[in-house]
Design a protein around this ligand. Structure first.
Ligand code: ASP
Length: 338
């Protein structure tokens, strides 16, 4: 797809609706490939995809690895706990080591915001063609998660050919630990750019008023503005919502006690079947995982396939990550070295 110009995927803040459409269209092609008996295509044959995970992950790393393998790339996995980082090697030295082994694409996760961006800058400074994909940096962004969420939502409405028209004008509530969530930040960019009306809901300690500053701001590549609302209680966000996304309480990122107790949080903001009655009757529920059962949502809701999109999110993650690896690895014109 020659209209794709992006060499790295680091943030969704400047993504245009046309770029989201390209991701949806490409992912839907790969979702179709994943239905076949032979689920492999030769798209990235001969290329090396390295997952550089400086922070633990269950689904994202496996999902990227499988996506790369389905595209016939060779994969190398780096996990911080078993690495020379403990011997004092710097992050950029680690990236340069994998560059020297011939990495073409680096998929980077780090507990600190900005690390994937720093690696991308370093790869460009060195005059390489290496592409970098942000797989979650601190509290900043998690673009591939938000893109798989977008694909999942659009596929519910338009299973055959998901496009942004499926989500335009729909009400999406994002509930939970928004302050610490990179998933929330990336989803705010993607869902508002897709034309959804996004409602954030959390206790004030987990949802600073600054989030309201993104309301009515321009969407890149469009004349429309972002529709965003902030609530410190759950009810107004849930009222007539078409989709509800709930987020994990990121206790590992909480430096102080921001909640009276998990039980109190569940009482005020936990999603239950009863609470969802305020939403549209067709409401669907998303969660990026991992789930704190009984805290963000009740166990029965999580397992109810007529409401929960948690498993389709994981399944769609592979097709969407194949699309992203393809777009930066094969579709973008290579930069001519200076
Ligand atoms: N898996 C997501 C992330 O890496 C969400 C979470 O951890 O709660 O950000």
């Amino acid at each position: 797809m020659s209209e794709w110009q992006r060499r790295h995927i680091l943030s969704l803040a400047d993504f245009s609706p046309a770029e989201y459409e390209t991701v949806l269209r490409t992912a839907s092609g790969f979702a179709e490939v994943l239905q076949r008996r032979n689920k492999k295509v030769p798209t990235l044959q001969g290329q090396v995809v390295t997952t550089l995970f400086f922070e633990p992950s269950t689904r994202t790393r496996s999902s990227f690895e499988l996506a790369a393998k389905r595209l016939s790339a060779d994969t190398i996995n780096f996990a911080a706990s078993s690495s020379s980082l403990s011997k004092g090697e710097t992050i950029l030295d680690t990236a340069r080591t994998y560059l020297a082994m011939g990495s073409d694409i680096m998929v980077v996760r780090h507990a600190q915001a900005g690390v994937p961006q720093a690696i991308a800058r370093e790869m460009e400074r060195l005059g390489t063609q290496v592409r970098v994909l942000n797989a979650g940096d601190g509290q900043h962004e998690h673009p591939s998660q938000a893109l798989l969420d977008l694909f999942t939502i659009c596929s519910v409405v338009q299973p055959e050919q998901p496009s942004l028209s499926a989500i335009a004008g729909k009400k999406v509530a994002i509930v939970g630990d928004i302050l610490h969530s990179r998933v929330a930040r990336s989803n705010i960019w993607s869902l508002t750019a897709a034309g959804a009306e996004v409602h954030l809901a959390a206790p004030p300690t987990l949802l600073p008023p600054e989030f309201a500053q993104f309301a009515d701001t321009p969407i890149p590549g469009s004349n429309a503005q972002r529709q965003l609302h902030v609530h410190w209680e759950l009810e107004p966000a849930l009222e007539n919502a078409d989709f509800v996304m709930t987020l994990r309480l990121q206790q590992e990122r909480m430096s102080q006690s921001l909640l009276p107790s998990l039980r109190e949080y569940h009482r005020e903001f936990g999603l239950t079947r009863d609470r969802l009655r305020a939403c549209q009757p067709t409401v669907k529920l998303l969660h990026p995982g991992p789930v704190n059962r009984g805290v963000e949502l009740s166990s029965d809701l999580m397992e109810d396939e007529s409401i929960s999109l948690i498993q389709p999110q994981v399944t769609n993650g592979v097709a969407v990550r194949m699309a992203l690896l393809y777009l930066i690895g094969a579709a973008v014109p290579a930069a001519v070295p200076a």
